[in-house]
Design a binder for this molecule. Structure first.
Ligand code: FAD
Length: 106
């Protein structure tokens, strides 16, 4: 099975990159696609306990797909939930766009 940490880093990169390129004013179709993607992502994620927790989070806090900013924040909160679970520091969500859209060196 894939390495949970390496898989996680790559997956967060994919997810936050999707947020960073999601339209500021998405169409109904784009919003529906993103909702479906997030739902299927949790179901297919190749670390089953990670995917299950992610699915519970999605049920508890509905993905915000109305705007790029709303989705970026929602995803940042979801990532912070995992950070807390793993005892990692939380990330300042005011900086998500700077980190994932404008880019900085990690
Ligand atoms: P990562 O958490 O992978 O983060 C990568 C980079 O993202 C960081 O260096 C930082 O620059 C930035 N970042 C950090 N927090 C945020 C944030 N809140 N918003 C935006 N950017 C941020 N691992 C487990 O052991 N158990 C689990 O249950 C588990 N569940 C997971 C569920 C999902 C959906 C995903 C994608 C991953 C999960 N992981 C889980 C993996 C875990 O989250 C980390 O990816 C892994 O531990 C490597 O951590 P890291 O310290 O390298 O940084």
């Amino acid at each position: 099975p894939p390495d949970v940490e390496e898989l996680g880093r790559s997956s967060w990169t994919l997810l936050h990159s999707i947020a960073a390129t999601y339209p500021e004013k998405p169409t109904g179709d784009q919003q529906s696609n993103l909702k479906q993607f997030i739902s299927l992502f949790g179901k297919l994620y190749p670390c089953w306990f990670c995917g299950e927790d992610f699915q519970s989070y999605v049920e508890k806090k509905e993905p915000q797909v109305m705007t790029q900013e709303a989705f970026g924040r929602w995803l940042c909160d979801a990532h912070n939930e995992v950070n807390i679970k793993l005892g990692k520091p939380t990330f300042d969500c005011n900086l998500w766009k700077q980190r994932w859209k404008d880019g900085w060196d990690d």
